[in-house]
Design a protein around this ligand. Structure first.
Ligand code: PHE
Length: 453
């Protein structure tokens, strides 16, 4: 007899777990940079409009598809016909590809938390510290194993006792830490100038690329097009309102991204004396610039802010990697009927093996590059810039034209009226597919160096 599918206990558990997935490294090291680059306030505005239209529709679609079928991606897409199983297979490849390298970066965060906690702030702020750390063969692997081991431990405990419990603990702490550091950052010298730069709309920087950059960020940030929300939807009880849950998850995700900007931009401005070029994105911002900013704070203050900051980033990264692993585990369990324990072990070992090249790619394996990219960048590019838009496009096609929006609307309005019903239909059938094609084309052109985003 088939065992009953696990589930979140209720709305709060579901929303916090899904928000935990959405709030991650993307919110902290990419959003502030993009907002600063694309005209501050105007980027924020575009992002919010996209989140409540495009993001809203796709997230509703995925969660409802998961809840309706009670299955993870592969099962969910083969429900009406085996012909569409390939969409589920493609969607499943995304978290399998992301989990290993995301955990390598998670390991770096753990290492920095450790360094700051053990009085190493001056070391961390030295030029070359980061590069020399990631190019070592053994140490980064150790931190990677620790990070992915912790992730596996939570997933081992299951949906209710693992994922939900940890999200309920980490997410409120994460919000408090973000608020605290953002307020602190505003009071640093010259910080207000940075804050104004961040929020004031600069229309001269607005262009079509602003919209595309915001859209690409939205996708990744809301953990869409990788089967995660389908899996989490399959764990959602029937009496929980999908529409209002999605609004809450969006509020969380956009709110934390906005606050991350408030935390980082004024601080970097204050440190660099108003030089906006100091604000890079990705690892450079988090592991090179920010340690220098923290180190410039007098006395013990720098270490304390640094510790709290890396703790916050660690929580954000952990709740995201948990959602990735839970999704991968559920895919294998649904497919092969394996037990949770053995699947966790299998996914853990597989992800460690897949993550090793990403970790070693900055040292021992640095001579090997694929299309000019390190292993880590290549996995990142293939999953985010190529596979995710394709999966999103196929999802819109599947819902808009195969099972029809009506099926999803029925699932969502099962407990109350679906207020965004019309918006949802128009988005899924027409507008979202158009935008997704544009993102796909521009991100490929960007990597080929033909167009710069
Ligand atoms: N949404 C996460 C972020 O903003 C990224 C993520 C991607 C999380 C894939 C899980 C899976 O960083």
């Amino acid at each position: 007899m088939e065992k009953k599918r696990s589930s979140f206990t209720g709305k709060i558990g579901f929303v916090l777990a899904a928000a935990g997935s959405a709030v991650g490294l993307g919110n902290i090291w990419r959003f502030p940079y993009l907002a600063a680059k694309y005209g501050g306030g105007i980027f924020l505005l575009v992002y919010i409009v996209l989140a409540i239209t495009f993001g809203f529709s796709l997230m509703c679609a995925e969660i409802a598809l998961g809840r309706k079928t009670g299955k993870s991606a592969i099962g969910a897409f083969s429900e009406v016909s085996k012909k569409y199983k390939f969409i589920g297979l493609l969607a499943s490849v995304v978290p399998i590809m992301i989990l290993p390298y995301y955990s390598v970066i998670g390991g770096w965060v753990a290492k920095y938390l450790f360094t700051f906690s053990t009085g190493g702030i001056h070391d961390a702020a030295k030029d070359g510290y980061f590069d020399s750390f990631i190019s070592q063969p053994i140490e980064p692997i150790g931190w990677f194993l620790l990070f992915i081991g912790l992730t596996a431990l939570v997933v081992l405990f299951g949906v209710e006792k693992g994922v939900e419990k940890v999200s309920k603990l980490m997410m409120p702490v994460l919000v408090l830490l973000t608020l605290g550091i953002a307020v602190y950052s505003l009071f640093m010298p010259n910080a207000f100038e940075g804050f104004l730069y961040y929020v004031t709309p600069d229309f001269s920087k607005f262009s079509a690329t602003t919209v595309l950059a915001a859209m690409g960020q939205l996708f990744y940030s809301m953990s869409l097009a990788m089967g995660i929300m389908i899996t989490y939807g399959s764990y959602m009880k029937k009496d929980v309102n999908i529409e209002s849950s999605v609004h809450q998850i969006e509020l969380f995700d956009t709110g934390i991204a906005f606050l991350a900007g408030m935390m980082i931009i004024p601080a970097v401005f204050s440190f660099s004396g108003g030089d906006e070029s100091a604000l890079g994105k990705g690892p450079g911002l988090m592991f090179v610039t920010l340690p220098k900013v923290f180190d410039s704070i007098n006395g013990i203050g720098g270490s304390i802010v640094g510790i709290l900051f890396f703790l916050l980033v660690l929580f954000a990264a952990l709740t995201s990697s948990i959602s990735l692993m839970e999704t991968v585990v559920s895919i294998f369990r649904d497919k092969f009927g394996w037990g949770r324990k053995s699947t966790c072990l299998f996914v853990f070992i597989g992800s460690v093996l897949l993550g090793l090249p990403s970790s070693l790619g900055f040292g021992v394996l640095s001579d090997i590059s694929i299309a000019g990219m390190t292993f880590l960048d290549m996995f990142d590019f293939a999953s985010n810039s190529v596979l995710m838009p394709i999966v999103a496009l196929l999802t819109c096609f599947y819902i808009g034209y195969i099972i029809k929006p009506k099926t999803i609307i029925e699932e969502i309005s099962g407990n109350g009226r679906f207020k965004g019903e019309k918006l949802f239909t128009v988005m899924i059938k027409y507008i979202a597919p158009l935008f997704i094609v544009l993102i796909l084309v521009t991100s490929v052109l960007d990597v080929l160096g033909i167009m710069k985003i």
